[in-house]
Design a protein around this ligand. Structure first.
Ligand code: ATP
Ligand code: PYR
Length: 467
């Protein structure tokens, strides 16, 4: 049975060659992510071209996800990293302010000083360094280093529990968004999404410049958790961004929060990505730790749509081995079954009820295959959310972008195909295609679910056909 859990790999210096991109696709990557916190525009545009070419050569459907920086703060560019000792004092200053002490860096948000208070905790690089804010001035803060470590350029700064008054989309985000639209990004992710309005703002800004990407909302702090239902309902996809989330909440809460989000995404019918530190040790080691194997396995068991690798593939030594590890672990756990949240999906309209009936029918047929004919991908995603158990689950769509976007959805193998004007012909083409691809044999039962039978006849329908 093909792997159901999909995989996103972040591109970076370790994986930027077209050859390597091809290797990662061959190994099982389904989506590539560009992290706009690090990627230069020319580079991101070139990576998109490389992904498109490598995918085309393989006739693979590979979407590209642009991950916007969002209202997050980072250290400035340092000439060389600071080696910090316990008790050192570090200065974080506004962009226009001169350094007053040697251990000084700018931050990319001049309003920081107004948002924080003496005594707040400041976390750098996803928890690698802990500091206490000791003094807050108009244009700088001074922090006491509580744990020794290295502080590099453009490192994340978290202030657990502090609400930053940054706009949902910064000036940089607007520029990055314009690039993403120009590159015909398939997915655009908003970072530090705080509420549904934030998701809407991103979608509207994208649509205003004619973007057609789907929106990923990254849940990474306590505020997002307070508004989680509304965010899930507004976004196309949710990302459990555990890097920041694991710092912004108590770490012992992280597994519970992850499961809550995955469960709620199922109930409300929104796809979900589990991200960050899945195989962190493989940035420098050729094999995963036991804890990482268990973590990846858990996310696949929760039947998340997609897992995501970051540093493992962007800067790691073993990108291909990381993909192979995810494939092995996910495939193995899928053989032994999943958590079954597909049963919790709230069926809110007739179309979703038809989807449920189709899945029940397909699952009951030995060797049955499930096919969705879909124009916008909505029905295909509904069906996927019910987590069908069939040996094959395929979406056929005439739309090139929808076809790529569906590659992120759990379990779906998407194919691009023009629909004929009459339904018999379309069904015949579907059967022939599956047989030609070796995915069905003549006579294999195929359950076809669709909300459009022809250009002139829209109706929710389930058809049982034999290839
Ligand atoms: N396009 C790039 N160019 C240069 N360095 C990059 C690029 N992408 C990633 N990196 C480096 O790889 C590290 C891991 O980045 P990645 O985006 O994979 O993970 P991340 O955890 O989301 O990163 P961050 O938290 O810094 O945004 C980054 O901290 C950065 O140092
Ligand atoms: C992916 C990301 O931004 C995070 O995990 O924080």
């Amino acid at each position: 049975m093909p792997r159901k859990t999909k995989l996103i790999c972040t591109l970076g210096p370790a994986t930027e060659s077209e050859e390597m991109i091809g290797t990662l696709i061959d190994a099982g990557t389904n989506v590539f992510r560009l992290n706009m916190s690090h990627a230069k525009h020319e580079w991101a545009a070139e990576m998109t071209r490389r992904v498109r070419r490598a995918a085309e050569q393989r006739k693979a459907q590979i979407p590209v996800l642009f991950d916007l920086t969002g209202p997050s703060i980072r250290t400035g560019d340092l000439e060389k990293p600071f080696e910090l000792k316990l008790g050192d004092v570090v200065e974080f200053r506004n962009s226009g302010t001169a350094p007053a002490i040697p251990l000084s860096t700018t931050v990319n948000y001049d309003g920081l000083m107004a948002d924080v208070k003496q005594g707040n905790t400041l976390v750098v690089d996803n928890g690698a360094l802990l500091m206490r804010i000791d003094s807050v001035m108009e244009d700088r803060i001074l922090c006491y280093v509580k744990t020794p470590g290295t502080m590099g350029s453009r490192r994340h700064i978290n202030l657990p529990g502090v609400r930053l008054n940054l706009p949902a989309l910064t000036e940089k985000d607007h520029k990055d968004l314009a690039l993403a639209v120009e590159c015909k990004a398939d997915y655009i992710a908003g970072s530090f999404v705080r509420d549904a309005a934030h998701v809407r703002e991103l979608r509207e800004a994208m649509e205003a410049i004619d973007g057609e990407a789907q929106i990923v909302a990254k849940v990474e702090d306590q505020e997002a958790m307070k508004n989680i239902d509304a965010i899930i309902q507004e976004a196309d996809v949710i990302m459990v961004a555990r890097g920041d989330l694991g710092v912004e909440i108590d770490f012992e809460d992280l597994p519970i929060v992850q499961r809550r989000i995955v469960k709620r995404c199922h109930e409300l019918g929104t796809r979900v990505i589990v991200a960050t530190q899945m195989l962190e040790s493989m940035i420098s080691n050729p094999t995963p730790t036991r804890a990482e194997v268990t973590d990846v396995s858990n996310a696949a068991y929760e039947e998340a749509d997609c897992l995501m690798l970051s540093g493992e593939t962007s800067v790691g030594r073993y990108p291909e081995r990381c993909v192979e590890a995810i494939v092995r672990i996910a495939t193995r756990i899928e053989r032994s079954g999943g958590l079954g949240y597909g049963h919790n999906v709230l069926l809110r309209d007739e179309r979703q009820k038809v989807a449920r009936a189709a899945v029940t029918l397909a699952d009951s047929l030995p060797e049955g295959r499930l096919v969705v004919l879909t124009r916008r991908g909505v029905l295909a995603n509904h069906v996927a959310m019910l987590r069908p158990k069939t040996a094959g689950f395929y979406a056929f769509t005439p739309n090139e972008r929808v076809c790529r976007q569906l590659a992120l959805t759990r379990g779906i193998t998407p194919f691009r195909m023009a629909f004929a004007t009459n339904i018999e012909e379309t069904i015949k083409r579907v059967g022939e295609h599956l047989v030609a691809e070796g995915l069905a044999r003549p006579g294999t039962p195929i359950v076809i679910v669709s909300d459009i039978l022809s250009d002139h006849f829209a109706a929710n329908s389930i058809l049982l056909h034999h290839a």
